[in-house]
Design a protein around this ligand. Sequence first.
Ligand code: UD1
Ligand code: CA
Length: 453
Amino acid sequence: MALHVVILAAGQGTRMKSARPKVLQPLAGRPLLAHVLGRALGLGAHATHVVYGHGGDAVPAAFPDADVKWVLQAEQLGTGHAVAQAMPGIPDDGTVLVLYGDVPLIEARTLQPLVDKARGGALALLGVYLDDPTGYGRLIRDAAGRVVRIVEQKDASESELAVSEVNTGILAAPAKRLRAWLEGLSNHNSQGEYYLTDVVAAAVADDVPVEAMLAPTMTEVLGINDRRQLAGLETTLRKRITDELMAAGVTLVDPARVDVRGRVECGRDVVIDVNAVFEGVVILGDDVVIGPNVVIRDSRLGPGCRVDANTLIEGADVGPGCELGPFARLRPGAVLADGVKVGNFVEVKKSRIGAGSKVNHLSYIGNAEIGTRVNVGAGTITCNYDGVNKHSTVIGDDAFIGSNSALVAPVEVGAGATIGAGSTISKDAPAGELTVARGKQVTVRGWKRPTKK
Ligand code: UD1
Ligand code: CA
């Protein structure tokens, strides 16, 4: 009985007050829906059907590579109507699990028992007890304690409103049964909607057992409706991740001031100071020290690297024992070998820097190939762009580039060459020689400053 996960994601999310569909709002650096798609994968779903509608193609367009069957619900006529849109793509012998694009933290281990019950022929619901159940559908039980129907807040009587066991919306059922129940839904209720919740009464009428399970925590089943809830979940997730990092031996100077929007893998004895932000996949080797206010995105830092305050690293591959910052910027394609130093106000883009080389101050290195033990003086600029095309600069091993030099690419500085400070190098500089390209210094003897008339 192949598992088909149906994810409802057609709603607008009015309370977000956003132009983008709610399920595309980011949580921990990924759209809400991405988190739910991850759950479906974790359950080994045979297929995942996402019902989208509000925002049009923006939702499918945000997941160009996802293995998902996109189902358009042009008009949002209710949760039952939404699930019904996916049913033509699901065979009778399948098992259906309904999830929500705005309920991102649900765990596979909570869902698996529902799937198992549905495989056994039951309609399985996930409920939760709430101190304040206002707004939710209530699970109504008969005298024998069996769930017989769900009543929505707006359709409930006074006594029903007093019930604190509520519907999370998540359910699982055999596909053939569910199809029949959905076909039988009506919208004769206070909201004029086709309620998915009405399948419970239909199951009872068909003598199909209804199994109500309890969600282990409120957090897991929390739906996101507004920005406050979104920020709350972000905090919950952040804490989860920082707890994991610390359990794995990472020192976080203040776990409340580290943001991981993605994944960080750390070696032993890594130290992370306050206000560090990690995005995408970040890999830190043993003994890496990250200073305050550092942002690292999709990068790898070898063991023993030290990153000083206010450094931004993106798409970089940094070898062991490098020293970066303070105020350095590595951009995509920066590849640093062992023991490289990139100091303050230095930007490196799409360049390789060899072992032991130093670019310590105020420089731009773009489209460059720098050898080993090179010293690039303060204020050196690789002029890689002629306004149309990018050109490369090659600097050989042991070269010394004097301060405030402009290297006009394409250009090559040979191994062991020395460039005099303030040079504008537009032709290749030979290996082992001193090349200087600047105005000769003159002294005008006896010259007098003008005086005020
Ligand atoms: C629903 C449940 C309620 C439960 C609550 C939990 C129904 C009738 N009620 O109520 O019992 O306590 O969730 O949060 O199911 N959606 C679509 N297409 C539609 C309608 C909704 O995709 O036509 C999506 C929405 O985007 C949303 C989800 O389904 O993600 C739930 O819809 P919503 O209208 O918020 O349901 P509730 O009224 O909260
Ligand atoms: Ca809701």
